[in-house]
Design a binder for this molecule. Sequence first.
Ligand code: ATP
Length: 346
Amino acid sequence: MALVNGGFLREHCAVAELARQDGAAIEVRGLFKSYGDVQAVSGIDLTVERGQIFALLGPNGAGKTTTVEILEGYRSRGGGTVKVLGYDPGRQRQRQRLKNQIGIVLQSTGVDRYLTVVETVAMYAGFYPHPRPVDEVIDLVGLAAKRDTRVLKLSGGQQRRLDVAIALAGNPDLLFLDEPTTGFDPSARHEAWEVVKNLAALGKTVLLTTHYMDEAQYLADQVAVISSGRIVAEGPPATIGNRDQARARIRYRLAGGATPPAGLTAPPGPDGLIELVPDELTGALHRLTGWALEQHVELDGLEVIRPSLEDVYLELTDSPAAQAGPEPASAEPATTAPAGGKGRRR
Ligand code: ATP
């Protein structure tokens, strides 16, 4: 009788080989998922390159969590192909390997409040075969001064940093951050952004979901907007939805009763602001400011505005189809969802 199961060994080696493959960190083609008669994800394609910060945006119920949980191996898919760090999270043996190489920051976690920061990170590090040194992780998230403080004495922002530290404990190549700054005050948000930027500087790949457009704008190399289970736009934050090519608007308010030259004025809005969408921005701005200087007129609140990421996002997700929410499931085989809704627990 053979001492080693040959089939097991071959599969084991094949799985290990997958991890060594180069290529994108995440590759998704034609992903489907339905819950009974609700089609939550309707044919998503996604590529997240290694080392990228990728933001998934979308309104409530768009299918973000479902997509991310399928990538993490916490949900089954109804159709399509998924590769995460070369593994198929839908296959049990590959999923186990994958889980050693990813870190997950959930919206809320249930860590022991009586442990200190260092004890907490050390405990999670103990679950992984090749953890990152505990004090290095604590430093990385900016909690060195709180190393020996109990979790219950940390502020909300510091607890969130601890969540990131826990996700980093196993030294993962890929991190999933689920709405990482929800509920933060503005300064805590900016601090958390720096932590995420530090992760990218270490070469980690980050997939985050967020409802904050400024967060996506600041952090992400690439953004995908998901609406009713479909990707409706994808690109770098500066150019998504042809933002960079959209015509700029000029806005100003006139003090006194002066009348600007034709083509450079419009009826003011209720706030007194005049808004123009000139064919040629530089020339219009030059003529308007030249006229104002000559006439000694002040152009209060003068600004040039281009569509923000938020404008583009609202346009993409405010369409009647997007408002209608996920489609009823059709041809795709329905799969059974785990009970209890958002199912991930550490
Ligand atoms: P949010 O921003 O509110 O977290 P989301 O984009 O993450 O939303 P999902 O949680 O993926 O959206 O939900 C997509 C659709 O699937 C929604 O219509 C939701 O009601 C439905 N859904 C999600 N989980 C389940 C479940 N376990 N059972 C049945 N339907 C579900």
